[in-house]
Design a protein around this ligand. Sequence first.
Ligand code: PAF
Length: 279
Amino acid sequence: MKLVTTRSELSKIQETGLKNNTIGLVPTMGNLHQGHLELVKRSLQRTQKTMVTIFVNPKQFGPNEDFEKYPRTLEADLLKLKELDGADNIVVFAPQSTLEIYPEGFNTTIEVQGLDNLLCGANRPGHFKGVTTVVYQLFKLSGADMAFFGQKDFQQFKIIEKMVHDLSLEIELEMCPIIREPSGLALSSRNQYLSSSEREEARLIKETLDHLKELFLENREKALKKREDILFHEPRWQYLEVLDGSHLTEVSAKTNQVVVAGAFLMGDTRLIDNILFDL
Ligand code: PAF
């Protein structure tokens, strides 16, 4: 496994170790958990070389969000990656300065309009512009043929998919399943902010999504009414939606796939989750 921290080291490695290989990109903000490692494993299966990027992107955090306290655990992350089968085919790009991604004077924003004003976008203004801008840069810097993202950030995936389509980027995207704790809680770097009782209580998130799915399959009206009741009685739900999974619009007669998505405030920690099912 190789570690590079600057653009110039990255270009060198591209001309030597990566040349003539298919490259899979796994963009992360570090603090790797099993969910990230499954993305890396998938990339190792599907491509010859895998580039894992570790960069806590300031542009996707709002002024009162957790950019400063976001866990930075590079040493532990590298150990986890080294232990994977096929680690020799991994290059880690972990810039130590924001200037490696956004050079002096960088003044460009990539924005996918429309899909970013609902769900997380409605609650985190500017977040998705930060995500698409950094992901665009990482696509370009890595020269990747494929990129792997987790379903937990479903809206993020849909927005990146639209960016790739609109800008005709030559990269194939793959969305990989959510990895969960035995309680059903979706793995997230932010789970470590939870106390043990909060972590236990957080099982209600997946249970609620599953309940809405069951109701929806039985009786759509009942499910939508239940969703309203839940939002009314439990203000810690920042949103809870049942939407068309392809377009993130209301479910209609044309809907083939449904997403039930929610964001829940557990103390100071914002947890997101979703489930997808076909009709
Ligand atoms: O999903 C994430 O961890 C981040 O949003 C990403 C894609 C690495 C961009 O910073």
